[in-house]
Design a protein around this ligand. Structure first.
Ligand code: SF4
Length: 452
């Protein structure tokens, strides 16, 4: 397949020669990127704050795009499950929609009594220039709750810019509540979105270790917890793409250190828990962590070994949002005896891609901001057995006759922590070993790259 000239440096084939990959740039026009827009990036991060009002200021399509496709669960309020929109139309584009936004906010706040409101600006609002900031200020003063503008028009950069804008909104909430009761051995869990209850799995580990969790940002998130997150001693960042900006800001403003971790796979989950225990320098906590890791690993290994016997030598392709998840997946697949032959991300940075290059086997294709034609062609060429991605990748896999594993925000299966590794192994095994593939022609993809 011919690669677009402007995309050539965003694709790297690991060989003997050193190589760098171009990344962090706007998607090339015409390549129909798998990546989401700036607005979507901000919405992904803030959506799981469950007791806040989320109002999308834009045409209805933007709200539909992000509505309830996220499996972020709440242990209490469910306001985040509602997708409110100002539903802009032609007249609003011509005359502006500030009054519409004002009245929508007043009506929604009166009806739902949220703890805070996030107002997302979309492409259209970026074009017509509504003063969202001043409307938010006005409503905040009238209703006495934080009303936060999230100025994230879709065209204004990449999905990663949306993460940053969302982090700034969260930062403006932090530091506004009392922290007197917070203990010294306390953390914030940053960058876990409680997909299928994953935050609860991780939180349980920390509780067993004796670590107090102040705020989970943003999975199962609460406005009041975020307001006092500046009282924690350590920030533990899982989704580095989305949350490193917030962690850095909290370090600058409140001098809270942060560490980057991953809860996908046995090795990475254990390393995350040990890193936190070592940070607090508490021997009894370290002993409890060792015991926890021993018990949890022992509980899942027999089943994982059974799956690994069938999966030995199978080949996987990975295309995910953030690079940290990609590193963990490469390692988790090795635990199952599998190799990774294609790996890509939507938002990786140069250091991420260098690290990916180091951990991948020779011949692995590494790709930044891919499009369906490239993925289709590489999946065929590498003769993969399974494709791990999100909702946009699912159809590609099935059209090519490959197994698919959903590792994105839409999934309904918890894949984090030790139990998550067991679920992941179970899912990979079920899809690769499914008898259906005997009846589906593989390589059902024309050389042009068009899935048939
Ligand atoms: S690109 Fe613009 S119009 Fe499309 S979903 Fe994003 S904000 Fe809405």
């Amino acid at each position: 397949m011919e690669i677009l000239k402007d995309r050539r440096n965003q694709i790297h084939r690991k060989g003997d020669e050193p190589g760098s990959i171009t990344c962090e740039k706007a998607s090339v026009a015409g390549s129909v990127s798998q990546r989401a827009c700036v607005f979507c990036g901000s919405r992904v991060v803030l959506y799981p704050v469950a007791d806040a009002l989320h109002l999308v200021h834009g045409p209805i399509g933007c709200a539909t795009y992000t509505w309830d496709i996220r499996g972020a669960l709440s242990s209490g309020p469910e306001l985040h499950r509602m997708s409110f929109s100002t539903d802009l139309n032609e007249m609003d584009v011509v005359y502006g929609a500030e009054q519409k936004l004002y009245h929508s906010l007043i009506e929604l706040i009166d009806a739902y009594k949220p703890k805070a409101a996030f107002v997302y600006s979309t492409c259209i609002v970026g074009l017509i220039g509504d003063d969202v900031v001043s409307i938010c200020k006005k409503v905040a003063a009238e209703k006495d709750i934080p009303v936060l503008p999230v100025e994230a028009p879709g065209f204004a950069g990449t999905k990663k810019d949306g993460y940053k804008i969302a982090c700034d909104a969260l930062l403006s909430l932090a530091g506004t509540a009392n922290t007197d009761t917070i203990s010294a051995k306390s953390i914030n869990i940053l960058g876990d979105f409680n997909i299928a209850g994953e935050t609860w799995v991780i939180r349980d580990y920390y509780q067993r270790m004796g670590v107090n969790v102040v705020a989970t940002v943003t999975g199962d998130g609460r406005v009041n917890d975020i307001q006092k997150m500046h009282g924690a001693t350590l920030n533990v960042v899982q989704c580095s793409g989305s949350m490193t900006h917030l962690a850095r800001s909290l370090k600058e403003k409140y001098n809270i250190p942060f560490i980057r971790v991953s809860y996908f796979g046995i090795e990475d989950t254990a390393a995350a828990l040990y890193d936190v225990a070592r940070f607090f320098g508490d021997d009894s906590m370290l002993a409890r962590t060792k015991e926890l890791v021993r018990q949890e690993t022992q509980a899942i290994m027999p089943e994982i070994r059974r799956y690994a016997r069938d999966l030995e030598g199978k080949k996987a392709a990975i295309y995910v949002g953030g690079a940290f998840k990609a590193f963990s997946l490469v390692r988790a697949l090795r635990t199952l005896g599998m190799g990774t032959v294609l790996v890509g991300t939507q938002t990786g940075n140069p250091e991420d891609y260098e690290q990916l290059r180091e951990i991948c086997d020779p011949g692995t294709i590494i790709v930044d901001d891919a499009n369906p034609l490239e993925l289709c062609s590489f999946l065929k060429e590498q003769r993969c057995d399974v494709f791990i991605g999100g909702v946009k990748e699912r159809a590609l896999a099935y059209k090519l006759g490959l197994g698919f594993c959903d590792h994105n925000h839409e999934r309904k299966e918890a894949l984090a922590g030790f139990i998550g590794m067991r679920n992941f192994a179970r899912e990979i095994h079920a899809t690769i070993m499914s008898p259906i593939w005997k009846f589906v022609p593989r390589d059902n993809c024309e050389d042009s790259g068009n899935p048939s």
